[in-house]
Design a binder for this molecule. Structure first.
Ligand code: PGA
Length: 261
């Protein structure tokens, strides 16, 4: 599959922001700011906090929005004594389509390991949803020349034991940790190099699937830098944090192709 056959995916990770009233307003404003042509060109997801999901789902449903609902996290078990956790099947029931797995904040602040991320990826797929699996290096790792080693190891561990066909449906987000929320974006060249590496590593595991997997870049993506990132052939979209909270800014990010003209 050539790069231009992969439909770009732009995802808004709202993190721990916006209560359900604010979430409703934000998704409605986003819906009004985008056109059918935008949705024909780009898949768009929003990932609100758990408490907002039902509200946003109802809005998407009743207004026939083309925005896909996403979650930020889940557990890997179907049910059980796991206080505070949410099961993939519960999300699927709410028409959640995409779930972020292994965001660096979950890995760094909440102790998620590669093995846990792998279990989640498998559970998300088993529940019929698409994982957005995050990988990326710290500043120390980048400066020590260990970016490749870290990212390759995360991709390998995250995909362990997956069926080939499942691998082709995945989304992997390359998010250099030093670029997240810092205003410091990777250069398109650096982002492209690592996104290419991610795809090459997927190719080692499942050759044919490497062409269909979507690889996003994440880390201080804004309306002013999205077009140059998206011009890179191996970057199929973006995972956007801070800039996705402002629906006008996020809409301009989704409409990157209009700037590129
Ligand atoms: P940022 O976050 O866009 O605020 O840098 C990206 C992310 O953490 O997914």
């Amino acid at each position: 599959m050539p790069a231009d056959a992969r439909k770009p995916l732009i995802s808004g990770n709202w993190k721990m922001h916006l209560n359900h009233f604010e979430a409703l307003q934000t998704v409605q404003k986003l819906h009004y700011a985008l056109t059918k042509a935008d949705f024909d060109a780009v898949d768009v997801t929003v990932h609100p906090p758990f408490t907002d999901l039902r509200t946003v789902q109802t809005a998407i449903d009743s207004d026939h929005m083309s925005i896909a609902l996403g979650a930020q996290h889940c557990h890997w078990e179907e049910k059980g004594a796991f206080t505070g956790e949410v099961a993939p099947v519960m999300l699927a029931k709410l028409q959640v389509r995409y779930v972020i797995a292994g965001h660096s904040e979950r890995r760094q602040l909440f102790g998620e390991t590669d093995e846990m991320v792998n279990r989640k990826v498998r559970a998300i797929l088993a529940a019929g949803m698409t994982p957005i699996m995050c990988v990326g290096e710290t500043l120390e790792e980048r400066e020590a020349g260990a970016t490749e080693e870290k990212v390759v190891a995360q991709v390998r561990a995250g995909l362990a034991g997956l069926a080939r066909e499942a691998i082709g449906t995945l989304v992997i987000a390359y998010e250099p940790i030093w670029a997240i929320g810092t205003g410091r974006t990777a250069t398109p060249e650096d982002a492209l190099a690592v996104c290419g590496l991610v795809r090459a590593e997927v190719g080692q595991i499942a050759r044919a699937e490497a062409a269909s997997i979507r690889v996003q870049y994440g880390g201080s993506v804004k309306a002013t830098n999205i077009a140059e990132l998206m011009a890179a052939p191996d970057i199929d979209g973006a995972l956007v944090g801070g800039a996705s909270l402002d629906s006008d800014e996020f809409a301009r990010i989704v409409q990157f192709r209009l700037q590129a003209r």
